[in-house]
Design a protein around this ligand. Structure first.
Ligand code: AMP
Length: 186
């Protein structure tokens, strides 16, 4: 089974709906009626974090629609969020009393391996940020803005770390173990 399909299968098996902040932003950028298309493209190409008002409204809309269709689907794995202090404040303001963060999955991987993997992905992804220049900017954004947020959750004891420099199969196994653990702990 292809690893993306297996990840979707794992999330479904443990009752999570997977939402990717980056994917929602890319979809919004494609929408010809969106007033934010150009702004999103500029931020993505520069490897910068899109203003939280845009990202949180896309996430909240998806969460609300999912739960409106099936009230039991109230567990979400939000991929690539929160990525900076602005994201975190926006989340706390919008979701206060509405959602609990049970854990943060941290796929820890050395910068050069990440760049090499994304350059490989860039051969077929068509993504405007899968090139060395954007990727190096993304690493800077990660170090300056995202890592401190992971450290904050680490202090709260909420971080589940996966060594993502290992093979896809080993990462998937660790992911499966964490999801199993979270389901049995609840
Ligand atoms: P990803 O799909 O996670 O690789 O993210 C691709 C790009 O989308 C990032 O480099 C940002 O420009 C933008 N992006 C993704 N997630 C967020 C977020 N939580 N807040 C703002 N911008 C984001």
């Amino acid at each position: 089974m292809n690893s993306d399909i297996f990840i979707c299968y794992l999330f479904q098996k443990y009752g999570y709906t997977h939402l990717s902040a980056g994917e929602l932003l890319r979809d919004e950028r494609k929408n010809p009626d969106s007033q934010y298309g150009e702004l999103i493209e500029k931020y993505i190409k520069e490897g910068k974090i899109v203003p939280v008002e845009i990202t949180i409204s896309l996430l909240k809309r998806e969460m609300d629609q999912t739960m409106a269709a099936n009230a039991q689907k109230n567990k979400f794995l939000i991929d690539g969020f929160p990525r900076n202090q602005d994201n975190l404040q926006g989340w706390n303001k919008t979701m206060d009393g509405k959602a609990d963060v049970s854990f943060v999955l941290f796929f820890d991987c050395n910068n050069e391996i990440c760049i090499e993997r994304c350059l490989e992905r860039g051969k077929s992804s068509g993504r405007s940020d899968d090139n060395r220049e954007s990727l190096e900017k993304r690493i800077q954004t990660y170090l300056q803005s995202t890592k401190p947020i992971i450290d904050l959750y680490e202090e709260m004891g909420k971080v589940k770390k996966i060594d993502a420099s290992k093979s896809v199969d080993e990462c998937l196994l660790s992911l499966k173990r964490y999801l199993e653990m979270m389901v049995t702990e609840r």
